[in-house]
Design a protein around this ligand. Structure first.
Ligand SMILES: [Zn+2]
Length: 467
């Protein structure tokens, strides 16, 4: 059955470009892909066709692509919202490793309960695709994959690889054992979906060295070989926190970007989380490699001690999306990540501007020459750019066709309702003092700032309705 959606559509086909189309119709084919846009008169004539199911987006509502979460530790959903008082390396010992071990001790029970709740939470939050860190145990990651597959949610499943650990009971026995488990997981995860048509395959395995401090050189280079042999995606953490960066430098004598690079783990199928301690020359390296970045502004505040150079990364053309970093970030809602990305960028801009004025006061000559660079005039990021990162940017990092409403793209969409058409009143935190008819940029900005789950009245992935 084809689906015909009639109403208002909003997307960001390019960075910073907000597209609003009112009174439009979108035809979605039997595979859940967008067949094309048609005008409303033609859509009305098609709506009598018994082969087509028509869905009218109510007045005061619009469709927008679902969000992508590029960095989420699924087992850490167990203790979301607690334990954020410690620095990263201590937090891993005290909270993360213990929780992950608990899940691995009971994949079918506790694991299934946590992962089902997470999948439901993501759907309610408008997230249609998530790049997930799991645990070290294959069985737990298969439960995670099966849970996302049966929920109809796109899950990129990362069985953790780590042959070094501060917790003796939570570590793989050797680099060889870790590599064998990683390769077995690739096959077993692919087996879950191999009998299904391509448009019904929602999960895939991702090679996931936890981060450099927990992986030997043998393991990392072996994972690089596996990635190339099986054509799988790769994810890890890169240059996240001061103590982690110092640890790697002390132990290996080089930065972790060099460790990943010499292990063939910086590829166009790689997503690296954080990258907060990367300078512009390292961002250029990521751009050249085609490696994407999962920007996690909330957990950066807790664990990174300095913000990510988002503006510079975007100016250099690096592919960036947003991550919740559950549970280093205390919410799985990408709406929050969008807002926090803008807030962090504006604080950076305030410091830059203050410093520049200070330089001009004390060293007028150097101050005037600094304006001749061709970087953006501001480090601040606009809310429409954050919306791009949450949708199209994330989709591109994951190699998905979705993220904007273009012909041929998978129809991954959420319906946002601003008003209750029965009462005429705004929904959730939204109050309006004029009638809401056509969707405008002002209305979308208001939702972007104030909207919450109450405004989400539909979610589709690959044309299938999940909410
Ligand atoms: Zn993380």
């Amino acid at each position: 059955m084809k689906n015909l959606f009639i109403g208002s559509f909003v997307d960001t086909p390019q960075l910073g470009k907000l597209r609003i189309v009112n009174d439009q119709a979108l035809l979605v084919d039997e595979q859940g892909n967008i067949a094309g846009a048609i005008d409303v008169d033609e859509a009305v004539s098609l709506s009598d066709n018994p082969q087509i199911q028509t869905f009218r987006v109510p007045t005061g509502s619009f469709l927008i692509p679902t969000f992508c979460d590029l960095h989420l530790h699924a087992p850490q959903y167990l203790y979301l919202g607690t334990g954020l008082h410690l620095p990263l390396m201590e937090w891993l010992n005290e909270y993360a490793f213990k929780a992950e071990e608990k899940i691995d001790d009971d994949p079918e029970g506790l694991g299934h309960r946590v992962y089902s709740s997470l999948a439901n939470r993501l759907i309610r939050s408008g997230t249609g695709a998530a790049l997930l860190f799991g645990t070290i145990c294959e069985e737990s990651n298969l439960v995670l994959a099966e849970t996302f597959q049966s929920a109809g949610l796109r899950g990129f499943i990362g069985k953790l690889s780590m042959d070094k650990s501060s917790r003796p009971t939570y570590v793989e026995a050797s680099s060889d054992a870790s590599l064998s488990a990683a390769e077995r997981f690739i096959h077993r995860c692919r087996d879950i979906v191999k009998a299904l048509p391509a448009n019904k395959q929602f999960v895939e395995p991702v090679l996931t060295p936890r981060f450099v401090p927990t992986c030997s050189d043998e393991l990392l280079s072996g994972l690089g070989r596996l990635a190339s042999k099986h054509g799988v995606k790769i994810q890890s953490h890169l240059a996240e926190a001061r103590d982690q960066v110092n640890w790697v430098k002390l132990e290996r004598g080089v930065d972790d970007i060099d460790v990943f690079d010499r292990s063939s783990l910086l590829t166009s199928r790689t997503v690296q989380a954080h990258c907060t301690f990367l300078d512009p020359s390292s961002l250029v390296v990521l751009h050249e490699k085609g490696t994407a970045i999962a920007h996690c502004p909330l957990s950066n505040v807790y664990f990174s001690s300095q913000p990510f150079r988002l503006r510079e990364a975007l100016d250099l053309g690096v592919n960036v999306g947003l991550g919740s970093d559950v549970a280093g970030g205390y919410t799985a809602d990408i709406m929050n990540a969008m807002r926090q990305a803008v807030i962090a960028s504006r604080i950076r801009e305030s410091y830059r501007s203050e410093n520049e004025q200070e330089i001009q006061r004390t060293q007028p000559l150097e101050g005037s020459s600094s304006q001749s660079t061709n970087q953006s005039t501001t480090l601040a990021v606009h809310w429409t750019e954050a919306l791009y990162l949450a949708t199209k940017g994330g989709a591109e990092a994951l190699g998905l066709s979705s993220g904007s409403f273009i012909p041929g793209a998978a129809f991954d969409a959420q319906q946002i309702s601003l008003i209750d058409n029965m009462s005429g009143k705004g929904i959730g935190q939204l109050d309006f003092f004029e009638p809401v008819t056509n969707i405008t940029e002002d209305l979308i900005e208001k939702w972007w700032c104030l909207g919450n789950e109450q405004n989400r009245t539909g979610v589709w992935v690959q044309g299938c309705k999940l909410l």
